[in-house]
Design a protein. Sequence first.
Length: 277
Amino acid sequence: MQNRSVGSILRAPRRAGIFLAAAALVSCWSSLAAAEQFVVVDETYEHTADMPDSHYRVEPRAGSPSNWKSPIDYTTSTAHMHLEVYTKPTETPTRFQACFEAQPTYACVGQAPAYTTVGVYDWATKFSDFWSPPGTAVDWSLGSGKIALILKDTQNGKPSADNVGAETAAQYMPTKVRFVVTIVSAGSTYVPPAPVEMDAGVPDDAGAGSSTGAGGNGGSGGNGGSNGGTGGDPVNIHPVNDSGCSLSTTNGAAQGAWLLLVAPALLAIRSRRKRSR
């Protein structure tokens, strides 16, 4: 009886060790799966009439890969846009668009569905449907330079004061928005951005008034980005994995391969322990 009790006590930590190892593996797998999407833009700002050509430019968010072709090929991916409109001066139909000022040219996602009120608007564009000037193509192995966030009218025009005059521009701006662009690799599931509490007199539920599904492919307009090819050098920031996992992968199949490699080892350990009882 005493020997059996001692054996049970000795086996308990071993079983706990197997459980912890499996839990750690699942955690690493989840972290690696999350790496198959990244947020390249998450910007809250006021789009004003004095912004030249109705462009507001931002750098890619920290953690965005410097190479969008490898180790994960994001050129087969989809860009998901999330627009929260907090303030709007009139009910004039308005659209937004994002353009990647890359090398040697630029590429634009589809435009937001036209909206007339504050609210939350979501749409998506496949990389294969991005618009670039005819006869040009982005070298995505160099990543992206700045991203232009462009307010437009429903005719693909850019109604900034320098283009249409202050009176017409006042129908569209100033407008306070949050613009999020998430790149999701093929086969992965899009995780929408978490809501952000706003201040400066904007109610927390200001974006609750309207919601849409996927927008159309309004990015086919020829002037989707102004001089986008001069948007600056690609940013050299590598993805950061702060999960504590040292594994790397390029897709879900590789993640599964790690499980196949580790699972037999765990089973072998358990089998040896059974024989030693």
